[in-house]
Design a protein around this ligand. Sequence first.
Ligand code: DX5
Ligand code: ZN
Length: 216
Amino acid sequence: MSYLLSPSLLAADFGNLERDIKLINKSEADWLHLDIMDGVFVPNLSFGIPVLEHIAKISTKPLDVHLMIVEPDKYISKLSKMGVYMYNVHYEACTHLHRVVQKIKSAGMKAAVTINPATSVFLLEDILEDLDMVLLMSVNPGYGGQKFIPNVLNKTAQLKEMILRKQLNTLIQVDGGVNDKTAKQLLDHGADVLVAGSYIFDADDPSTVISQLKSL
Ligand code: DX5
Ligand code: ZN
């Protein structure tokens, strides 16, 4: 089934980031997923702007940036200058979501909104037509390597139905606990973009796992 695969660098070897980014460059992956955590919106820290700047110089894949931070509109201009492709903010972190989405698009990036496992897809009814992508979390954000929450399959189907009813092209991305089995289920329910971290980088040969996932 044709879909986009966005490996999450969070599960890479941070002592060998350049090696792992180049591995993704050479692989069949479509995008590179970058998880930014602030220790406030989520109970963990990952990496910030200076590291992102280096990643942007090395990666040849479109950068898919998932901001798990409060006030996620603060970095729109900086990330657009780095050439970020997808600027993704959490629904739960934005009081004025419509304004944030317009700012992202005015800066020349694609706009995506993420919802946590307990947030209903129906809350996106009035913003959906402005979005290039919706990310459905299949784990609670903050850590890699967590167990897939199967209710995301119903949410994927519900969101797909909304997108088709409104005749939109919005992509559905799913992130958390993705492996060969959950990937297949997600694609069957209508997902368009899958993020996978530990399933790819914990493997002995990440490039082969990427090829296997792409040929599901
Ligand atoms: C979790 C992050 C994910 C994470 C996925 O907060 O948003 O992108 O890296 O990791 P796995 O694929 O190991 O669940
Ligand atoms: Zn993520």
